[in-house]
Design a protein around this ligand. Structure first.
Ligand code: C2E
Ligand code: MG
Ligand code: MG
Ligand code: MG
Length: 290
């Protein structure tokens, strides 16, 4: 009897495994097709000056419009794209589209400082020796001022292959763009890389921003990162700001920039058009100045 039960459970387990495996394989085949079929779309989340609410730039965030499953979030398909290497062609498309769009937004906006666009790079992309060439080509093609481009990388990348990575990051920097460390503080590498690699911007991970609440101790890490950034003359962007008291504390600490649902969710390109037309300031932000 025990044996029968056991077997039954084993079968159920196998069945679930099978389903998971099939769906991953299906998704992988779909993802391969998606590259050729132009099924990706970018949303843009405003990056805001904490002091005055002015939008200084946007972060491009990819979505997959799957013909049957609808819109799929990057957390679902980017890991698969990384495993399969499909992130390389997808990432190239993201970069070109983000630069094209930012260049269009900046065209004819005389007087106003140009908008920056931040693009996420996977380690797989940075490991490609031709990345600096690809970026240079895209900047040329789209006529985006290189100083308007920010490439976001993660700490884990900096652990991989120091010599080649350093060289590649320096090559990218010579194009005139800026480099940001995304999800800062969540990786396990030493802080020494902040001096070793040509980093310009620290993005404070949402998990630290989440901790900013009533108790002063809770905000210690986020505020320490802001100070670290200031000492190293890097700019700091706080990610995932959702509450007004987080904004107040970050402002007080001297953090210059932020993004989060408090200001805006990631927007479709036409919604950014509307925001820019209204004058580039998020009015709800104009909360009591600390
Ligand atoms: P990330 O680069 O750290 O992007 C921030 C993520 O936090 C975005 O999720 C954004 O929608 C979300 N977010 C922003 N503000 C808030 C907030 O106030 N509250 C909450 N709960 N979430 C907020 P999204 O768009 O789902 O992207 C997830 C991750 O996928 C990104 O994290 C990035 O690592 C990756 N990703 C997105 N687009 C690309 C891409 O084009 N290439 C690569 N390689 N990775 C990408
Ligand atoms: Mg990012
Ligand atoms: Mg991030
Ligand atoms: Mg993050």
């Amino acid at each position: 009897r025990a044996k029968k039960n056991g077997t039954g459970q084993y079968e159920i387990f196998q069945c679930e495994m099978q389903a998971a495996l099939t769906s991953t394989l299906e998704l992988e085949a779909d993802l391969r097709r998606a590259v050729g079929r132009n099924e990706f779309v970018l949303h843009y989340q405003p990056i805001v000056e904490l002091a005055g609410g002015r939008v200084t730039g946007v972060e491009a965030l990819v979505r997959w419009r799957h013909p049957e499953h609808g819109v799929i979030a990057p957390s679902t398909f980017v890991p698969l794209a990384e495993e399969t290497g499909l992130i390389v062609p997808i990432g190239r498309w993201v970069l070109r589209e983000a630069c094209r769009q930012a260049s269009a937004w900046n065209a004819g906006r005389g007087g106003q400082p140009p908008l920056t666009v931040s693009v996420n790079l996977s380690a797989r992309q940075v490991q490609q020796p031709d990345l600096p060439g690809v970026v240079a080509q895209i900047l040329l093609e789209t006529q985006l001022d290189p100083s308007c481009l920010v490439l976001e990388i993660t700490e884990s990348l900096l652990l991989l292959d120091t010599v080649a990575t350093t060289r590649r990051l320096r090559q990218l920097k010579t194009l005139g763009l800026r480099l940001a460390i995304d999800d800062f503080g969540t990786g396990y590498s030493s802080l020494a890389y902040l001096r070793k690699f040509p980093i310009d911007i620290i993005k404070i991970d949402k998990s630290f921003v989440d901790e900013i609440a009533g108790e002063p101790d809770d905000s210690a890490l986020a505020l320490a990162i802001v100070q670290l950034g200031r000492k190293l003359r890097l700019s700091t962007v706080a990610e995932g700001i959702e509450a007004a008291d987080q904004l107040v504390q970050l402002r007080r600490s001297g953090c210059q920039l932020g993004q989060g649902y408090l200001f805006s969710k990631p927007l479709q390109a036409h919604e950014v058009d509307a925001l820019l037309a209204k004058g580039r300031t998020i009015p709800d932000l104009l909360l009591p100045v600390p």
